[in-house]
Design a protein around this ligand. Structure first.
Ligand code: FE
Length: 204
C-alpha cells in the first residue's frame, strides 16, 4: 500500500539531527519554544541529572562489596529496584576498570547509550570520528581525552548495540578511604563511566 506523504513529516530532512534542528526552527518561529530553554533542558539531561544516576550506582559499588558483585553479575534486578530502568537501558552490562584493564564504550553503528544511567549522549559520542577511531586506535583517542594509561594496562573497547548497553565502573581514586557514598558519587564524572575519563581524586 503506497504511503501517503501529504503530511508535514515529508517536509523534514531525513537525517535525525537535521530533523530536530528543523523542528526547533519551526517551533521557535511560531513562538512555541524558547531556544534558551531548550538548551537548558538538554544541558540538564546531558550533564546534570543524567550522569548523576550512574554516579550514585558506581559510588555504591565502591562502598558495598555485595552490591558490587551483584551489579557485575547482572545489574538489572537492582536497577529496576532503584528505578533506573527504562528505554535505552533495558539490558545493561557493567564492566569494571582495574589496574590491568581499562574499558571504554562506543556504539560503532549509531549512538546507543545507557540513558537511564547517563542521560543523553554527548555530541562527541555520536560523532563519526569517535565511533570509527576509538576501535582502531583506542589509546590515542583516550590520550586526546586526557586519559594516559600505564603501558601494562590493557584497553578493552565495548561496542553497544540496541540490545546491550555498557557502563564502565571506574577505579576508585586514591585518598578517598574516609569518604561517604554521596561525596564519592560527586567525584564520578560522566566520561569516567563511558571510559573516556578517569575519576579525579578529591580536591584537598
Ligand atoms: Fe547505536
Amino acid at each position: 500500500m503506497p504511503h501517503d506523504h501529504d503530511h508535514p513529516h515529508s517536509l523534514l530532512p531525513p537525517d535525525p539531527a537535521l530533523r530536530v534542528k528543523a523542528l526547533e526552527t519551526i517551533l521557535t518561529e511560531k513562538g512555541l519554544v524558547d531556544p534558551a530553554a531548550l538548551d537548558e533542558i538538554i544541558d540538564t539531561y546531558q550533564n546534570r541529572i543524567g550522569p548523576r544516576n550512574g554516579a550514585r550506582v558506581v559510588a555504591r559499588m565502591w562502598c558495598d562489596p555485595g552490591f558490587r558483585e551483584e551489579m557485575l553479575k547482572d545489574p538489572m534486578p537492582r536497577l529496576r529496584e532503584m528505578g533506573l530502568y527504562g528505554r535505552q537501558g533495558e539490558h545493561m552490562v557493567f564492566v569494571e576498570n582495574t589496574r590491568d584493564v581499562h574499558n571504554v564504550v562506543v556504539c560503532t553503528l549509531c549512538s546507543c547509550y545507557p540513558w537511564p544511567l547517563l542521560g543523553i549522549p554527548p555530541g562527541w559520542y555520536k560523532s563519526d570520528a569517535y565511533r570509527a577511531r576509538v576501535v582502531r586506535e583506542p589509546r590515542k583517542v583516550l590520550a586526546e581525552f586526557g586519559v594516559d594509561l600505564p603501558g601494562e594496562t590493557r584497553v578493552r573497547v565495548w561496542d553497544s548495540t540496541a540490545e546491550i548497553r555498557y557502563l564502565v565502573v571506574p577505579q576508585r581514586p586514591e585518598g578517598t578511604d574516609g569518604m561517604d557514598e554521596p561525596d564519592l558519587a560527586a567525584l564520578v564524572t560522566r566520561d569516567s563511566m563511558v571510559g573516556t575519563g578517569l575519576v579525579p581524586g578529591p580536591t584537598p
